[in-house]
Design a protein around this ligand. Structure first.
Ligand code: MG
Length: 304
């Protein structure tokens, strides 16, 4: 059932307030990605990858300004437990952290001595480890990065150890790993694969991995197939539901059986989302040229 800006597929779940509306907060991007919410500053930072800039939305007055340009064609961003910005940079083929004094620290730019492909999305676990995906989109062409030689034999999911800073490959059998997020209890890691961009009838699904007590991943296989376009970036709410980008908006998936529970209908392809606002009940949506948002009756999980 379609109600305004929402499609309700399971009426038992109160995912939306029917009178709420999709807010169009700003437009003018070429490909909006990587939203990250800074609670203390009450602002959102996101990436406009082809325009090589990061933008900032100020919740206090609704204004938007340039946060950083050039920005290494940044893509996915997140905020760690200390409130620092962690960014994937297509153009520089690295993951960085912006320290409290503004210095930029390189977290990872190589694996086994070879340059990364083009880090795409990143999440920080509560133990401080930094997990990121490394498909090739930022190195395939100059559109959203720098066209360059691919040195890695695979597109992997990596983990950066918080103590040793070692970069460890955690998943190496995906075609183009893209978005990733942990369940609220961090016992499950979800990773989307947008491999259909490079392989005919290739993956457009999300995989699920159990996270063992030893930190190793156990592959649980395909969790969900995307029904419209591909799953790119996504975030998790306090009930463990997955709020994922798709080509007709945001798809909400049940963590138990991957059922599609509902959609936020967005008039552009969606690349990524994140929860923000003082109560983490406002979903920011990066939709191609524009930043959208919607107030929800659910709250984002407090994951970093
Ligand atoms: Mg992505």
């Amino acid at each position: 059932m379609i109600v305004g800006d929402f499609e309700i597929l399971d009426e038992r779940q109160r995912l939306f307030v029917r009178s709420a509306r999709l807010d169009k907060l700003w437009t003018g991007c070429r490909w909006a990605e990587g939203p990250a919410w800074f609670p203390a500053g009450r602002y959102l930072v996101w990436s406009d990858i082809p325009n090589d800039r990061m933008l900032r939305f100020d919740e206090c007055d609704g204004s938007v300004s340039v946060f950083r340009a050039p920005a290494g064609n940044s893509n996915g961003n997140t905020v760690d437990a200390q409130g620092r910005l962690v960014s994937c940079e297509h153009g520089n083929r690295r993951v960085t952290r912006t320290e409290h004094d503004g210095r930029i620290t390189v977290i990872a730019d190589r694996y086994q001595g070879k340059r990364l492909n083009s880090p795409n999305d990143v999440v920080v676990k509560s133990d401080g480890s930094i997990w990121f995906t490394d498909p090739t989109y930022g190195s395939d062409t100059d559109y959203e990065g720098n066209k360059g030689e691919i040195e890695q034999a695979a597109c992997r999911v990596y983990r950066v150890d918080p103590q040793s800073a070692a970069v460890e490959a955690m998943v190496d059998d995906m075609v183009r790993p893209n978005g990733l997020a942990f369940s609220p209890d961090e016992r499950v890691l979800y990773v989307s694969d947008t491999g259909r961009s490079h392989v005919k009838d290739g993956p457009r699904h999300m995989r699920r991995f159990d996270v063992g007590d030893d930190g190793k991943l156990k592959d649980r296989g395909v969790f969900a197939e995307c029904t419209v376009g591909v799953f790119d970036g996504f975030r998790i709410d306090t009930e463990g539901r997955i709020w994922s980008s798709a080509h007709d908006g945001v798809h909400v998936l049940d963590p138990n059986d991957a059922a599609l529970l509902g959609k936020v209908r967005v008039p552009e392809f969606v690349a990524n989302v994140c929860f923000g606002g003082p109560k983490r009940n406002y979903l920011f949506i990066c939709g191609t040229t524009s930043l959208y948002g919607v107030r929800l009756p659910v709250n984002g999980a407090k994951t970093f």
